[in-house]
Design a binder for this molecule. Structure first.
Ligand code: ATP
Ligand code: MG
Length: 653
């Protein structure tokens, strides 16, 4: 095995080996943990890609052999045709004619069969490499820090999987036929060689096709490179505008934004149209130049070849073969050019995928949380092992949260990566004692949801530390943390699917119907669910838009309840409910929070009066801490200010 082959094998095997270490013998686990630090994600570099391709060497070997046989058969056909014609003209015995015909017939029968084997093996290898790449790309996207998703649009990221990787797929798919790709290259080269063997006098004339078509192709490629880039850019911008408008159709409609959206879209369609026209003109010129080349070659062949035959310098069969080769040469050269330009497009698309992945910065706590998948898992319908989140996951964080000293934020400074200059938290100190409910109140924009986000480990503070039971929360694995903390966010989003699916998501999709019903009942959602025609099987629509805001909140609450985690964060979890439902859900929450460490964020201060402690946030700091009674006893506290504003507004309504 050569050196690069060994490297390729290593590159892939190091990824392939990743197995979920959780739940195995501690020694193995330590070893696997240590290994995982070095195996973050596929780098998508050449070594990795070659490693993937090398895995398909059997398919490629079969494809290689069949390709050579097919090409040999294709190259033999014009030679044999020439021989047949010459035998007829020179009146040779029919037995000899039948022999040559039999050889030709064998080639004609075998070639289609070999073509099938060649195409199937090439395409299988391509599909397998791509399936693995797709899984790996998605895995890498899932591993990114949340700030990555603040920077890139969903349309851009989904385009990587759909458009960009698919460009690679269609390149392989389109270039396995006879007049394309490797077959075309081999046939063009082979034709020239055979022609020279047949007649060194005639071959240079036939080679005019190669030279002319090659020149035309070079000019065409150079000319279209820029056009293609413009077209690709216009297309991706078009997709972004369309996806954004269609995704937010309610807002577009309510602001009568259709005309504006159309105008934006039209600008990109215009760019694509102009690029398309430039392409059309270049393509037309190229096609025309190719026709010229073939006509020039045929004329030269008849003129020069005819003279060679008439003077006895060349047998007539060679002239017939030459005519046959002229056509196959042209198609082969044209096919090669198409392949080259498609190769450029596919490699450009792949380069975009690679750049994004290589410049990304995955969350180190996600390393090893998701094992890489491979095509054979897809082929066998295997369910990937995601045990870090499963029932047998390590329970360190859960134990620390159940028995420890609670959560503490120590002098936390934080600004969002998208706006590094704006300090959202500026030296926040906050203790969430174990088993107690802490309420976080403050004006809009004070940074309350930011605290919830940091406790959920969506982001990491730039300074200061967040501790659970005295231990930095970043020292727990993602899986452990997901088990220990439930978040009901301010704007709960559901996945498209059924209500039952959404609630079961809280338990990694593995909840029994009884558990789902119990959680829904606790969240005061059971009754409304049963009134829906399909009950728990009701489809909630994309992002849950087929439900009301309050219904969505209650499903999100049930999703958190079913998780049964020791730490609960409720960010305005009941804000969309009417007073009666809110009271019922509040009762459910009161039952739920017993013995757990809870952070409640609420604007309506009436809902947090019973909390064990209330923390008032202002300018990214905790400015007051105490119980409701403590805080209202202070004459000019921020809390009383908030209370009086709310009472005033309540009174005025
Ligand atoms: N992803 C983000 N990227 C950049 N800035 C953000 C991001 N999310 C929030 N912010 C900013 O951080 C600040 C605090 O926001 P946060 O959502 O924590 O406020 P809040 O106290 O929860 O407000 P509200 O009561 O309105 O929910 C705001 O100024 C907001 O503009
Ligand atoms: Mg908020």
């Amino acid at each position: 095995m050569r050196r690069w082959e060994k490297k390729c094998m290593r590159a892939f095997d190091s990824l392939d080996e990743i197995q979920n270490p959780i739940g195995t013998d501690p020694l193995v686990k330590d070893l696997a943990d240590a290994l995982q630090l070095t195996r973050r994600r596929a780098p998508f570099d050449n070594e990795y890609i070659l490693g993937l391709v090398w895995r398909e060497r059997r398919h490629l070997a079969v494809a290689g052999v069949t390709l050579l046989l097919c090409t040999a058969s294709n190259l033999a056909a014009p030679v044999l045709s020439g021989m047949l014609l010459e035998m007829l003209v020179s009146g040779q015995p029919m037995t000899k004619y039948a022999e040559v015909l039999a050889v030709l017939a064998t080639g004609y029968i075998l070639e289609p069969l070999l073509t099938k084997v060649y195409m199937f093996n090439m395409l299988s290898a391509g599909e397998k490499v791509l399936a693995t790449l797709r899984l790996e790309l998605f895995r890498t996207l899932l591993m990114q820090r949340l700030s990555f998703f603040d920077k890139h649009t969903t349309a851009q990221l989904t385009a990587l999987i759909s458009v960009e990787l698919d460009a690679v797929r269609s390149f392989i798919f389109n270039n396995v036929s006879r007049d394309r790709g490797l077959r075309a290259f081999l046939e063009a080269a082979g034709s020239v060689v055979v022609l020279f063997c047949l007649s060194w006098r005639l071959a240079p004339v036939c080679s005019i096709v190669v030279v002319a078509a090659g020149l035309a192709a070079a000019v065409y490629r150079r000319h279209t490179r820029d056009i293609e880039r413009r077209q690709g850019q216009a297309l991706s911008r078009m997709v972004t505008v369309a996806a954004q408008a269609l995704d937010n159709m309610r807002i577009v409609r309510s602001f009568a934004g259709e005309a504006l959206e159309r105008e934006r879209f039209q600008a990109h369609v215009g760019a694509s149209y102009r690029a398309g026209l430039a392409f059309a003109s270049a393509k037309a010129w190229f096609e025309s130049a190719n026709r010229f080349a073939i006509h020039a070659s045929l004329l030269a062949l008849y003129g020069w070849g005819g003279w060679l035959v008439s003077t006895g310098l060349m047998p007539v069969r060679v002239l017939v073969s030459g005519i046959g080769f002229t056509f196959s040469l042209l198609y082969a050269v044209q096919g090669s050019v198409n392949t080259l330009s498609e190769l450029r497009r596919a490699s450009g698309a792949f380069q975009r995928v690679r750049e994004l992945i290589q410049n990304s910065d995955p969350d180190p706590s996600m390393y090893g949380a998701l094992p890489p998948g491979a095509w054979w898992e897809v082929a066998n319908g295997e369910v990937p092992a995601v045990q870090p989140y499963g029932p047998s996951a390590g329970d360190k964080a859960v134990a620390a949260a159940r028995a420890g000293r609670g959560l503490e934020l120590r002098d936390v400074h934080f600004s969002y990566p998208a706006r590094p200059d704006v300090g959202v938290l500026q030296g926040l100190n906050l203790v969430l004692p174990h088993g107690c409910t802490t309420a976080l109140v403050g004006l809009s924009g004070a940074g309350k949801s930011t605290v919830a986000g940091l406790l959920s480990r969506f982001y990491e503070p730039q300074e200061g530390s967040i501790l659970l039971d005295g231990r930095p929360i970043s020292s727990f694995s993602r899986g452990e943390w997901a088990k220990a903390v439930s978040l009901v966010s301010q704007d709960p989003v559901l996945f498209s699917g059924t209500i039952a699916d959404n609630i079961a998501y809280g338990k990694f999709g593995m909840a029994s119907p009884e558990e789902i019903t119990a959680a829904a009942t606790a969240a005061n959602a059971h009754d409304f669910i049963m009134k829906l025609p399909d009950g728990y099987r009701t489809v909630v629509g994309e992002r849950g838009t087929l439900l009301s805001g309050g219904q969505r909140q209650r499903i999100a609450l049930a999703r958190a309840i079913i998780k049964d985690s020791p730490i609960i964060i409720l960010d305005e979890a009941t804000s969309a409910l009417d007073v009666l439902s809110e009271r019922l859900v509040q009762q459910a929450i009161n039952r739920l929070v017993k013995g757990r460490t809870v952070l409640v964020i609420a604007h309506r201060l009436a809902t947090v009066q019973a909390a064990d402690q209330i923390v008032v946030m202002r300018n990214g700091q905790a400015v007051e801490v105490g119980t409701h009674d403590d805080l209202i006893a202070r004459p000019s506290s921020h809390y009383t200010e908030l209370m009086s504003v709310q009472n005033l507004s309540m009174a005025s309504t």
